[in-house]
Design a protein around this ligand. Structure first.
Ligand code: FRU
Length: 525
């Protein structure tokens, strides 16, 4: 039963929602949908085929590396391997050969490379570098072994590379085997205080995370477990991470954060990411008593996020990239030539909210702004009643920011990617004091009944201005309010390249301040 549940989680979407809906839209005489691939220009997407989770985000040998769940053989989930790309700035990625490719074991079973992590073993604790001065790049992954009808096993294994490109599987795998079907997604980091490696890994069906320690990445011992009492358990728990952050404006206070992928804040049955704030003493994570569950992103398309390992010593940031998609409909999204992509890299920070509780915020890394091109609109202040066309703004790769001065209007915000009656709305909703994204009429929404929806994130009522930043990139809308205190990430599939943008305020005037709209330059070919 457990096995069935696990496989269902992964493949249900592909079975239920085969590609549909493109034809419906094309039939409605929209000019250019046939040519539209929906490929983003400044978000990472694979050269072709399917991706889901980012794996092994690491800085190694002077470059950022992204490894990612990849199907080398098609644009739906399967043959899970680790794709690979490298970058100087986390934005412009160069595709590298597939790093870890699924393989048959010769006895009728096959091994897939599920999600995991990569670390630069700077002190060669593993002894995997035979020549002095070389640093092994070690990938720790879940070996998903399918015995074709005789069951599934998931265990933690590793592979290593000395040149940062080609990997050798460690000869004494597995590293940790509990002889179970659902045990996955190891995240490993070097814990300086105890001078050893720490792994956090999920037992998804039990909503349990385990911590292990190792001196050399090879021998692992169980330290502790976390879970079962706190958090949202409407979905299985996958892809955990753990890291330490300073608290903003509290000199010297540092807290530990555990993140994981599980349920969604509003839409039960949907997927999202949650977090816990507390203390990790090198063995055990103890969560502070906060009002859990807490979520990183209130949109429906941010999942499986993990943070980079081994950033240079002068870069203390914790930077997360997530899979910008949802298992509910990922196999059916109407992209062409690829399927699946990543969010922009986001810097995570911790702050205390007005009730004195710790909260996480996430905001695009500063490298994103380097891709700003022409400024299409800039205005200190504009009062809007009804709708106001931003007549100098067009195109589908934009960085938009403005401040909404709360007014008596019930709703005030922006219409994005507008073509005829199609549009994506991002707005402040006075009645329930939320920020919303409405993609019900965003374009092609018919490929899955789970896709068209309105998501909301609660706003705190102590601020009169709402600062909004929106990153638009062809099929992607990422909304960051108040420097990332509220975040909504959603895919959209507009029906045309000829799109316009409008500010709006229902019934009475709302003032929008500091409006700036930049065209975004392409980072990826
Ligand atoms: C999360 C996940 C992971 C697993 C991977 C398989 O999206 O289900 O738990 O390792 O995808 O592709």
């Amino acid at each position: 039963m457990k096995i069935i549940k696990s496989i269902l989680t992964i493949t249900l979407a592909s079975v239920l929602y085969p590609v549909a809906g493109i034809a419906d839209v094309n039939a409605q005489s929209h000019d250019s949908t046939e040519a539209m691939t929906y490929r983003p220009v400044y978000h990472f997407s694979p050269p072709q085929n399917w991706t889901n989770d980012p794996n092994g985000l690491v800085f190694y040998d002077g470059k950022y590396h992204i490894f990612y769940q990849y199907n080398p053989e098609g644009d739906t989930w399967g043959h899970m391997s680790w794709g690979h790309a490298t970058s100087q700035d986390m934005m412009k990625w160069e595709h590298e050969p597939v790093a870890l490719q699924d393989y048959p074991n010769g006895d009728g079973t096959s091994t897939m490379f599920f999600s995991g992590t990569a670390v630069a073993d700077k002190n060669n604790t593993s002894g995997l570098a035979k020549k002095a001065g070389k640093i092994p790049l070690v990938a720790i992954y879940t070996a998903h072994i399918d015995s074709a009808g005789r069951g599934i096993s998931q265990s933690q294994s590793m592979a290593y590379s000395i040149d940062g490109k080609s990997f050798t599987r460690y000869e004494h795998n597995p590293l940790i085997d509990l002889h179970t079907t659902d045990f996955r997604d190891p995240k490993v980091f070097w814990h300086e205080e105890s001078k050893r490696w720490i792994m956090i890994v999920a037992q998804p069906l039990d909503h349990r995370l385990q911590f292990y320690a190792s001196p050399d990445l090879k021998k692992w011992s169980l330290l502790s477990e976390f879970g079962d009492k706190l958090g949202d358990k409407s979905k299985i728990w996958e892809c955990p991470d753990v890291f330490e952050l300073p608290v903003e404006n509290e000199n010297g206070t540092r807290k530990w954060v555990v993140t994981l992928s599980g349920g969604h804040p509003q839409q039960k049955g949907n997927f999202g990411m949650q977090y816990f704030v507390g203390h990790f003493d090198g063995k055990t994570f103890t969560a502070d008593p906060l009002s859990y569950p807490l979520y990183i992103d209130y949109g429906k398309d941010f999942y499986a996020g993990i943070i980079f390992n081994n950033l240079p010593d002068n870069d203390q940031r914790k930077i997360m990239i997530g899979w910008e998609n949802s298992w509910e409909y990922a196999a059916a999204t109407p992209t062409k030539g690829f399927r699946g992509q990543m969010s922009v890299p986001r810097e995570l920070s911790l702050y205390k909210n007005e009730k004195g509780e710790y909260r996480l915020r996430s905001f695009p890394v500063k490298e994103v702004s380097n891709y700003r091109g022409n400024i299409l609109a800039t205005q200190n202040s504009v009062a809007v009643t009804g709708s106001k066309l931003l007549n100098s703004v067009g195109g589908k790769a934009l960085d938009i920011s403005f401040v909404i001065k709360r007014s008596a209007a019930e709703q005030a915000g922006i219409k994005l990617l507008k073509h005829g009656e199609y549009q994506t709305l991002v707005y402040y909703n006075k009645i329930d004091n939320t920020l919303k994204i409405d993609r019900t009429k965003s374009g092609n929404v018919s490929f899955s009944p789970k896709f068209p929806s309105v998501e909301s994130v609660p706003l705190s009522d102590d601020v009169s201005d709402i600062a909004i930043r929106i990153l638009v990139d062809h099929n992607s809308v990422e909304v960051f309010a108040n420097e990332g205190k509220q975040v909504l990430t959603e895919l959209v599939f507009p029906v045309s390249d000829k799109v316009t943008y409008e500010l709006f305020s229902t019934d009475v005037a709302t003032t929008f301040k500091n409006l700036n709209v930049w065209e975004m330059k392409a980072a990826m070919e």
